[in-house]
Design a protein around this ligand. Structure first.
Ligand code: NAI
Length: 299
């Protein structure tokens, strides 16, 4: 297969000062994309800021012969999102690829979770993706090309102890990606979501040393690269990715139980509950129309 390249394309990678974002930025730049390396440069919990992280990655890209500029705005405000995209347009004349990757953690059991630790997680992950995408969207629509990545997590898909805030925010990003895929389709704007697993400062405390070595972020970025390429037709997808393994996730639904609506009681639900939760004849569900139709069939 011929090399997949991004010559003439401009990419914004948020939170690209380290970990996965850095890896995505380096890969896209090595394949010809001009890259905006956004990073606020704070600590893993979102406190503080520094220009050093973004600057370092820009230097790395330039040293390898690529083109990149830094941006230090927070993704979490409308002004920040607008400025991040403006950096791409002012520096390189366009924006084709947006990788919403910036993220922080505020892990604590739900019992101890404060409003502040809920809000800050939502503002960086969900509002951050909204603010950046909102600024890029009209430009992508106008040029009839756009590739957007949301960064979700297995914590969102499956739940994870101590991460009620983070898992809720990561699940929200799946919804955002799926709806943008529908709204962007006729403008050739694709939106896909990844749930990665990789060694980074966010996973440094939870993964053992020997496993971390096998989870280089570089093993995730090729999927991001492919999803952002002109060649790729996938949109609305959700992928688990890491350590060289790649999986596509879909919602599937049990064959379920059907009753006459006017005869439904708690006891009938109890009697049929085995059928409701029996996944042996489960079917993959592809759209809200398909979902709605199955209720209409019962009316
Ligand atoms: P990381 O901490 O190395 O990268 C996150 C980057 O986002 C940091 O460089 C940080 O400075 C930046 N950032 C934080 N708040 C920001 C803001 N408001 N504006 C701009 N930049 C900001 O961690 P990692 O692991 O590379 O995380 C990247 C993304 O992948 C995150 O969204 C994370 O939740 C997600 N993820 C990572 C997993 C993993 O196994 N490493 C697992 C599942 C999801």
């Amino acid at each position: 297969m011929a090399d997949i390249r991004f010559d003439g394309k401009v990419a914004v990678v948020t939170g690209a000062g380290g970990g996965l974002g850095r890896s995505h930025a380096l890969l896209l730049a090595s394949r010809g994309a001009k890259v905006v390396v956004n990073d606020l440069g704070g600590a893993p919990d979102g406190t503080g800021e520094s220009k050093m992280m973004a600057d370092k990655v820009v230097d790395e890209i330039k040293a390898a012969g690529g083109e990149a500029v830094p941006n230090y705005d927070s993704v979490a405000t409308m002004e920040g999102g607008a400025n991040i995209i403006k950096t791409a347009v002012d520096s390189f004349g366009r924006i084709d690829i947006l990788i919403n990757n910036a993220g922080i953690l505020r892990d604590v059991s739900f019992m101890k979770m404060t409003e502040e630790s809920w809000d800050i997680i939502f503002s960086v992950h969900v509002k951050g993706a909204f603010c950046c995408t909102k600024a890029a969207w009209p430009i992508m629509r106008e040029q009839k090309f756009g590739r957007i990545i949301m960064t979700s997590s297995a914590a969102g898909i499956y739940g994870n102890f101590g991460q009620a805030n983070y898992s809720s925010a990561k699940m929200a990003l799946i919804g955002l990606g799926q709806t943008l895929a529908l709204e962007g389709k006729k403008y050739n704007i694709h939106a896909n979501t990844i749930a990665p697993i990789a060694d980074s400062r966010l996973t440094a405390t939870v993964l053992p040393e020997d496993i971390r070595k096998k989870l280089n972020p570089e093993y995730v970025s090729p999927l991001v690269g492919y999803l952002c390429s002109e060649q790729c037709e996938e949109t609305g997808g959700l992928f688990e990715v890491g350590a060289g393994a790649f999986f596509h996730l879909k919602w599937c639904r049990s064959a379920g139980a059907r009753m006459k609506p006017e005869e439904v009681t708690i006891e009938k639900v109890a009697e049929n509950f085995g059928k409701v939760v029996d996944m042996s004849d489960a079917k993959i569900m592809g759209s809200i129309q398909e979902s709605t139709m199955s209720f209409m069939e019962n009316v």
